[in-house]
Design a protein around this ligand. Structure first.
Ligand SMILES: [Zn+2]
Length: 396
């Protein structure tokens, strides 16, 4: 929500009158010098939207503000030309409303466009978060990253490396939305207050590593797509892509990382297909390259890659992980009921590469159970299990 600066307005005043943490007001106005505010300038207040209200007979500004649990001055901040002595019946004014509801509806076929619409909404309502592009998919879709907080603990979460595991995206997006809600409303989540998490951590989220694959599983191959015949052929003649994990080139993005890639290659398919083909070399696919570049640039303290399914937390790679990996896996297990497992016979994954090259904690978390793609009827149950892991990834 935008407000217009009047005499006496400071970041501190906005934080008091709207009851929003000062840190969030400051971070929502990154390009503003708080010492040099000018009358009429707009500032952003996170966690609010405005709606239009038509003045009726007998209305007073005080009553309108009261109905929204807000000081009357907030009406002047969003309506710079409002004259309280000249209120007209039928006049339309803007009224601030504190956001206490989720914008993300995770229980739907959550394709790339659905995610992007939700991200644009969240960035508009919570301008203290930032969205950046980490690169493009094979079909040219921007792969977004959202960053929240400026702390020294640098945490990364990603979802939908595998196309038919796309439920991981709305699960992660719902956590993002709930984290933002708890920050602006100063509500605790599972008894934890979130502002200290925001201050201590820098959270990077890539909610859909493989957007082309997710769209293929959810929406199928469009009749007019030049690549339609090719992916159907790779899919054994089937136009139902429920088993498809790969990107649109038929490369499994979680077999693309230079961590014993040759061993993984040796036991896997040598040609493109729905799953397990790791390409002709590590890091040939743009989505995998984008994730590798991001990871090198960001210097993460820890990474959590969300997959389905199995209710398992994989935390090791070739004994290269640091001792705290096991401690963390045990805490993730405690809060979710998921099983910690050190390793499985699998290489060339994102978390394998992270552990190998940085010797820091990296995890693959297999959420839910059943057959991929997991049905949306599991959404609430999975979210309830995984919420503790999302939080522990920040507080540990
Ligand atoms: Zn997976």
């Amino acid at each position: 929500m935008d407000i217009y600066v009047r005499p006496g307005v400071t970041f501190w005043y906005l934080s008091q009158v709207f009851s929003i943490p000062l840190r969030l007001i400051i971070d929502s106005n990154r390009n503003v010098n708080p010492q040099l505010l000018t009358i009429g300038q707009t500032l952003r207040v996170p966690g609010y939207v405005t709606y239009n209200y038509q003045i009726r007979s007998g209305d007073t500004l005080w009553q309108i503000a009261q109905r929204n649990n807000l000081p009357v001055d907030t009406l002047f901040l969003v309506n710079p030309d409002l004259n309280p002595n000249r209120l007209q019946i039928g006049q339309v004014i803007r009224v601030p409303r504190r956001v206490t509801w989720r914008f993300v509806n995770g229980k739907q076929n959550y394709d790339y466009n659905t995610m992007m619409n939700d991200l644009w909404t969240l960035v508009a309502v919570y301008p203290f978060i930032q969205m950046e592009s980490i690169g493009n998919s094979v079909l040219g879709l921007n792969i977004p990253e959202v960053v929240i907080g400026k702390g020294s603990k640098r945490v990364h979460y990603n979802a939908s490396f595998h196309a038919n595991e796309w439920i991981t995206t709305p699960i992660l997006m719902t956590f993002l939305n709930d984290y933002l809600l708890s920050l602006t409303n100063q509500n605790s989540i599972r008894g934890l207050s979130s502002l200290p998490l925001y201050i201590q951590t820098f959270l990077s989220i890539v909610p859909m590593v493989n957007p082309d694959g997710v769209n293929l599983v959810i929406n199928g191959a469009p009749q007019n797509a030049s690549w339609r015949d090719q992916v159907i052929e790779w899919n054994n003649g089937n136009s139902d892509f429920s088993n498809w994990k790969a990107n649109i080139n038929g490369v499994d993005l979680n077999d693309q990382f230079p961590a014993k890639w040759e061993e993984e290659r040796a036991r896997n398919p040598k040609t493109p297909g729905p799953r397990d083909y790791g390409g002709e070399a590590p890091l040939t696919q743009p989505e995998a390259i984008a994730m590798a570049d991001l990871t090198r640039r960001r210097d993460f303290s820890r990474v959590l890659a969300f997959h389905t399914q199995g209710e398992v937390i994989y935390w090791g790679f070739e004994n290269l992980e640091p001792p705290e990996s096991e401690t963390m896996a045990n805490e993730f297990s405690r809060v979710s009921g998921y099983q910690p497992v050190k390793t499985l016979e699998s290489y060339a994954g994102y978390k394998d590469w992270f552990i190998q090259d940085w010797r820091r904690p990296g995890f693959t978390i297999e959420i839910g159970s059943g057959t991929n793609p997991l049905p949306l009827s599991q959404f609430d149950g999975i979210y309830d299990d995984v919420l503790g892991i999302f939080l522990a990834g920040l507080y540990l």
